[in-house]
Design a protein around this ligand. Structure first.
Ligand code: FMN
Length: 219
């Protein structure tokens, strides 16, 4: 265990959106990137979770009890999705620019408990179990960001934009009962002088006293 290296990886992780020209998508990453991303996913899955996902979600091959699913697009499929969005004239703003640059995107979903009658896509009940499913999926997502940082990628946790739509769920083969938690973009370290954008809230956290306190319990 090396506390210092963990602390420096956590401190080094930061949002960087890499905004390439969608008309000039970047060359595809080397084929071994797919293996490297698979290794990150494996390591990221070492995350805490409390309740197993409902049995109805646990269909082969995605049969795990963990409350999240990782749906990974390699560079080629990022470009393919970009082309499809263009062909269907679906406006996707910065997502299109980022699909033009990404080495990979990992669409992270979480698995809400079923409701009767079933809810619309992206809807879920505000139960404690669902909150804990989200918490476990978030822990796995942060693991992924930290691992990507340590491996030298620029990264960005996006709310997902167009990835959240029924149409893109269909194209990417994601079960509509899964709720999107984020689309994690992995960009090459070298951003090739295209515009980049940092996270809007990066420096807003304030000192420890502004978000933590020692509890004093009266005897
Ligand atoms: C659940 C979640 C969703 C996010 N969605 C967006 C988003 O849609 N657009 C965006 O600009 N940033 C998004 N972010 C990134 C934040 O803007 C960023 O984390 C924040 O500004 C802090 O910057 P940092 O990541 O560099 O520390 C999201 C972050 C989280 C955790």
């Amino acid at each position: 265990m090396n506390l210092e290296s963990l602390q420096s990886t956590i401190a080094a992780r930061h949002t960087l959106k890499v905004l390439a020209d969608p008309e000039q998508p970047w060359d595809l990453p080397a084929p071994e990137v797919r293996t490297q991303v698979a290794e990150l996913l494996e390591a990221a899955s070492c995350a805490p979770f409390h309740y197993p996902a409902d049995k109805s979600h646990r269909t082969e091959p995605l049969s795990s009890p963990v409350p999240w699913r990782f749906h990974a697009l390699d560079g080629a499929h990022c470009r393919q999705l970009l082309a499809r969005l263009k062909a269907e004239q679906i406006e996707s703003g910065n997502i299109a620019k980022m699909l033009a640059a990404a080495d990979a995107v990992v669409v992270v979903t979480w698995l809400p408990d079923p409701q009767d009658p079933p809810l619309e896509i992206q809807q879920y009940a505000a139960t404690q179990r669902n909150m804990e499913h989200i918490a476990g999926a978030s822990a796995a997502t942060q693991n992924l960001l930290l691992l990507a940082t340590a491996a030298g990628w620029n990264s960005y946790w996006s709310s997902g934009g167009v990835f959240r739509t029924e149409q893109v769920y269909q194209w990417t083969g994601i079960d509509p009962r899964e709720v999107l938690l984020g689309a994690v973009f992995l960009f090459p370290e070298d951003t090739q002088s295209v515009p980049t954008k940092a996270g809007a809230n990066r420096d807003s956290k304030g000192p420890a006293e502004a978000w933590s306190r020692w509890v004093e319990v009266e005897g």
